[in-house]
Ligand binder design. Structure first.
Ligand SMILES: [Zn+2]
Length: 562
C-alpha cells in the first residue's frame, strides 16, 4: 500500500476525491517536521510516501482500506487519496495547522474535485469555489466582457456629490466615497469635520465600520480599495487611510481617473444613467452615457405643487415647449410630446422609482376618474384621489412604453419594503403584453417571486442591478434560480452607484458573484463551462443589446475589440 499524494485524478472517468467512491484521510503534523521528511505539501508539488516513513501502521491502514473496498458503492473505488498534513512538534499526530496551510490544502482538494468534475453540494461545502481554476477561468471570461451597465447614477463630473472642504481645497475624500456609498443606509458614517482635516475625521470614523464588516453594503466597496489602491480596508492602518484619502483627492482633480476606471478598469462600454436629480432631460455627459427617461414624477403630477423642482416638472417642460397643460387631455399630450423628444434624444427606456413612495398595487382606473383629480392642489387631494391618479398614469405609461418601444424599468423590492413586492405588478404585466417590463433589483428580497414572474411572462426581464450590493449571498442564489426558471436572455445587471470607486466596486462584486454562481453550477454538473461563459456574456452585455437594439448605434469601442 502506497500513500498517494497527488493533485489530479486519472482521466478515465475515475473519481478522485469523490466522497462516495474514495476517502480522504487527513493526518496532521507541523511544517517544521515536514521539512525533514519526504513530505512536500504545501509546497508546489505533491509527493508520494509509504506509510512506514510517516509513522503509520501499514497493517491498520490496510485493514481500513479493505473495509472501504468491501463497502464501496457499485462503481467501486478507483483511487484512494490519503493526505498527510503533518505531525505536531512532538512528532505525534495532531491538528496543529495554520490557516494559510489549511486554505492551501482546501485549494488542492478543490483542484482535484474540479479536475474530475464530480462535485456534489456536500463536497462543495468543503471548497470555496473562488479558489478553483474553473472559477478563475469563468471570472476571466466575465472580466473580458465589455459590459453594458443598464442602471447607474453618474452625474456630470463637477456634480458628483459629497465633495468636502480640505486644507488643499474642495474635493473628493475617503469620507466622500463612504458617505455616498450604500453603507450609509444601515451604518452611521461620521460627518466630515469643521477643520477639514483627514486625521480629525479618521479618529471618529475608523470605528464606524466595526459592526458592518460582514454586510454587503460594506463589502461591495472593498474591491475598489483593493484593486484600485492596493489597500485592504479590513485591516487598514491610520497611515494607509491617510494616504488613501490623499490619493482619492488627487484622482478627482480632473475627470481622467473617473473615465479610465469606468471604461478600462471596470470595462464598461455603455452605462444607462438614471438622472433622478434632473429627470426630464437627456444629456449625454460621457461617451458611454445612455439616456433614460425617468417617469416617476410624471406619474404623480396631479398639480405642479407636487413637484419639488422644475427639473422634474412636466408642467415646466410643457411651458418651455409652449404646450398647454390646462386640461388633463393637454397634460397627456404634453406627456406624449416628452416621449417623442426622449426617443429623438436616444433615450432607450423608462424608469419608475415609485416604490420609494407608494405601493406597486396599480388598480385599473378610468380616464374620467383621473381627469377629475387632475389639477387639484396637494391640500385639496386626498391620498385616495392621489392614488387613483397615479394608478391611471402608470397604466397609461405602460401603453406609451409599448407604443414608443421604450422598455419600462420598474423599481421593485427594497425601497419601502411595504408594498414593493413585484407580485403586485403581475396584473399590469399580464394586461400589457406589448410592454417590456424590467423588474429592478431582482425584486429583493422577493427574488424567487421575480423569477416566477419572468417564467410566466415573456414580456418580463430581470435586472440584477444593486442586488449583489444588497446581499451577495441572495444575489448568487438568485442568479442560479433565475437561470433555472427563465431563458438566459432575460437577465441584466447594473452597478447602480455614483462615482468611480463605487462603480468599479459594484461591477467587480457583480462579476465575482455571477462567476461564483456559474462556477458552482458547472462544478455540480448542471451546466457546461462553455455554456456558463455564454450566459455570463449575455448577462453582462448581450441581453441589453438584444432588448435595446438602439444601443448598437452607441457602441464606441472598435469592432475588433468587441
Ligand atoms: Zn438606482
Amino acid at each position: 500500500m502506497t500513500m498517494k499524494m497527488k493533485a489530479r485524478g486519472t482521466s478515465d472517468g475515475s473519481c478522485l476525491a469523490c466522497v462516495a467512491c474514495s476517502v480522504w484521510l487527513m493526518l496532521f503534523t507541523s511544517q517544521a517536521d515536514a521539512a525533514d521528511t519526504e513530505m512536500v505539501f504545501p509546497r508546489s508539488e505533491w509527493a508520494k510516501a509509504d506509510p512506514n516513513s510517516q509513522n503509520i501502521d501499514a497493517r491498520k491502514l490496510q485493514t481500513a482500506v479493505d473495509h472501504l473496498r468491501a463497502h464501496a458503492p457499485r462503481d467501486g473505488i478507483n483511487e484512494l487519496l490519503i493526505v498527510r498534513l503533518g505531525l505536531d512538534e512532538t512528532g505525534k499526530d495532531g491538528f496543529k495547522i495554520d490557516d494559510a496551510t489549511y486554505a492551501a490544502f482546501l485549494r488542492k482538494i478543490g483542484e482535484a474535485v474540479v479536475a474530475d468534475r464530480h462535485a456534489t453540494p456536500e463536497r462543495m461545502t468543503l471548497i470555496d469555489v473562488k479558489t478553483t481554476p474553473l472559477y478563475a477561468r469563468i471570472k476571466k471570461s466575465i472580466d473580458a466582457v465589455r459590459a453594458i451597465d443598464t442602471h447607474d447614477h453618474l452625474r456630470a463630473f463637477d456634480e458628483i456629490p459629497d465633495r468636502v472642504g480640505t486644507p488643499q481645497g474642495r474635493g473628493m475624500t475617503l469620507y466622500s466615497v463612504w458617505s455616498h456609498s450604500y453603507l450609509r443606509r444601515t451604518t452611521h458614517i461620521s460627518p466630515w469635520p469643521a477643520d477639514g482635516a483627514f486625521d480629525t475625521w479618521w479618529k471618529m470614523a475608523h470605528d464606524d465600520f466595526d459592526d458592518a464588516r460582514a454586510t454587503s453594503f460594506y463589502r461591495y466597496l472593498l474591491p475598489a480599495f483593493r484593486d484600485l489602491y492596493g489597500v485592504d480596508f479590513d485591516t487598514i492602518t491610520a497611515d494607509e487611510a491617510r494616504d488613501l484619502n490623499r490619493r482619492i483627492f488627487e484622482n478627482y482633480r480632473n475627470d481622467d481617473w473617473l473615465r479610465n476606471v469606468i471604461t478600462e478598469r471596470a470595462n464598461i462600454e455603455l452605462m444607462f444613467i438614471d438622472p433622478y436629480w434632473y429627470r426630464l432631460q437627456f444629456a449625454r455627459e460621457y461617451r458611454f452615457s445612455v439616456p433614460v427617461l425617468n417617469v416617476t414624477t410624471i406619474i404623480g403630477a396631479v398639480h405642479k405643487d407636487r413637484l419639488q423642482t422644475d427639473r422634474d416638472s412636466l408642467f415646466a417642460y410643457a411651458a418651455r415647449k409652449g404646450l398647454s397643460t390646462d386640461t388633463f387631455e393637454d397634460f397627456l399630450k404634453a406627456v406624449e410630446a416628452l416621449f417623442t423628444d426622449a426617443v429623438a434624444a436616444d433615450a432607450v427606456c423608462l424608469k419608475s422609482t415609485q416604490a420609494y413612495q407608494r405601493t406597486l398595487d396599480y388598480a385599473t382606473v378610468t380616464k374620467e376618474k383621473a381627469a377629475a383629480v387632475y389639477g387639484k392642489r396637494a391640500d385639496a387631494t386626498s391620498d385616495e384621489q392621489q392614488k387613483l391618479f397615479e394608478d391611471f398614469m402608470f397604466w397609461h405609461i405602460c401603453k406609451l412604453s409599448a407604443k414608443h418601444d421604450l422598455p419600462f424599468q420598474v423599481h421593485t423590492g427594497d425601497a419601502r419594503i411595504q408594498g414593493s413586492n413585484p407580485m403586485l405588478l403581475v396584473d399590469v404585466i399580464e394586461a400589457n403584453p406589448q410592454t417590456k417590463f424590467i423588474l429592478f433589483h431582482g425584486g429583493y428580497p422577493w427574488v424567487g417571486e421575480t423569477g416566477a414572474i419572468a417564467m410566466k411572462h415573456r414580456n418580463v426581464w430581470i435586472d440584477s442591478c444593486w442586488l449583489p450590493t444588497l446581499s451577495y449571498t441572495m444575489a448568487k442564489r438568485a442568479y442560479q434560480e433565475w437561470l433555472e426558471v427563465a431563458p438566459s436572455d432575460r437577465i441584466m445587471w447594473g452597478a447602480d452607484t455614483v462615482d468611480a470607486e463605487g462603480i468599479y466596486a459594484a461591477t467587480e462584486f457583480t462579476r465575482q458573484c455571477l462567476a461564483e454562481a456559474l462556477a458552482e453550477k458547472v462544478l455540480r454538473g448542471e451546466l457546461r463551462e462553455e455554456h456558463a461563459e455564454r450566459i455570463a456574456s449575455q448577462v453582462m452585455r448581450d441581453n441589453a443589446l438584444k432588448l435595446f437594439p438602439k444601443l448598437k448605434r452607441m457602441l464606441w469601442r472598435s469592432h475588433k475589440e468587441n
